[in-house]
Design a binder for this molecule. Structure first.
Ligand code: AHM
Ligand code: MG
Length: 336
């Protein structure tokens, strides 16, 4: 009829999460919803700053001055401050771990809540100046019974997380979230300032056609990875896989969740534990991958079962379609 169809019954992230808790009969205090509201706010705020940076070229080194001669913060430092401030103010957190901060933040008693949030406020920073997609990654634990909130509450395997997700800042802001009952994707409606459910129940295809590795590191790769990559580039039958590598974990994992295939950042001869951080990169992405029906491994073991010993430790990561990741695991089994 030429008239614009208006959806008058939008499902916002908050509505969706509340509804989930209701349907699951969860002992819903609503606390997790409030925490997620704070996280949504930080994503909107960071998205705005990323956009601004792209527009007026705010981008620069920390301590640089902008055209007005004002001191400006690098986007990742700014994003960190946004998250720490909002999460503290939410009153729902006890411990925060950020890639940007050497030590864990223990929240003061007056603001203390029962959740611990581990996060990389702005991942993929090498991509910022080129306008390529970047993102925020986060994972949520509940403080352990009887604990007042210490580092011990986050030095726990990823399988104990109660929620995990990321927000990707691209042509739109996409927040992908799991509270342990599948994975859902929400897109920021800039006019409403709300994340709207646009990708309900994301499931990774059991097999994909894409591999996503930094093959520039090939000369350092170990035999299982070299042999696996050979096998998909020179298959005995069928077509070889396509290569896609953005170098922003959030963007590479986002594509993997939607299209399938395998994303990998292996350990190698130079970096014995790989590059990616266990707590706030590997765990949340492994959590989402498994919740979407995929597999996430170090090559030799389930990522979510690793017990962290320090907050910034690294771990090898392979994740994606079940069949693809299992193929890779076979090369590790043969090597042992
Ligand atoms: P960062 O936390 O310094 O931004 O590094 C993490 C990023 C990930 O987003 C990405 O998967 C990886 O580093 C890319 O590394 P490389 O440039 O070595 O391929
Ligand atoms: Mg990072």
């Amino acid at each position: 009829s030429g008239e614009e169809q208006v959806n008058t019954d939008l499902i916002t992230l908050t509505r969706h999460v509340l509804n989930d808790q209701f349907n699951l009969g969860a002992a819903a205090s609503g606390d997790l919803t409030l925490l997620l509201t704070a996280i949504q706010l930080t994503s909107k705020f960071i998205a705005t700053n990323v956009r601004k940076a792209r527009l007026i070229n705010l981008v620069g080194l920390a301590g640089d001055t902008n055209v007005q001669g004002e001191e400006q913060k690098k986007l990742d430092v700014l994003s960190n401050d946004i998250m720490v401030n909002a999460l503290r103010a939410s009153g729902k957190t006890a411990v925060l771990v950020s890639e940007e901060l050497e030590d864990a933040v223990i929240i003061e008693d007056q603001y203390k809540g029962k959740y611990c949030v581990v996060f990389d406020p702005l991942d993929g920073s090498s991509n910022i100046d080129a306008g390529v997609n970047i993102g925020t990654i986060f994972g949520v634990y509940q403080v352990q019974e009887g604990s007042k909130g210490t580092v011990a509450d986050v030095l726990r395997p990823g399988n104990q997380m109660v929620a995990a997700g990321y927000t990707m800042y691209g042509s739109s802001a996409n927040l992908v979230l799991s509270t342990g009952h599948g994975v859902n994707g929400y897109t920021l409606d800039a006019a409403l300032g709300e994340f709207i459910l646009t990708h309900p129940n994301i499931r990774i295809p059991p097999r994909g056609k894409i591999y996503s590795f930094n093959e520039g590191n090939s000369m350092y790769f170990n035999a299982p990875v070299v042999r696996y990559l050979e096998s998909i580039k020179y298959p005995a039958s069928g077509k070889p896989y396509s290569a896609r590598y953005i170098g922003s974990m959030v963007a590479d994992v986002h594509r993997t969740l939607l299209y399938g295939g395998i994303f990998g950042y292996p350990e190698d001869k130079k970096s014995k534990k790989g590059k990616l951080r266990l707590l706030y990169e590997a765990f949340p992405m492994a959590f989402l991958t498994e919740q979407a029906g995929g597999v996430a491994t170090t090559g030799t073991g389930r990522i979510l079962d690793i017990v962290p010993t320090s907050i910034h430790e690294r771990c090898p990561v392979f994740l994606g379609s079940k069949d693809d990741v299992q193929d890779l695991q076979k090369f590790y089994q043969e090597a042992n």
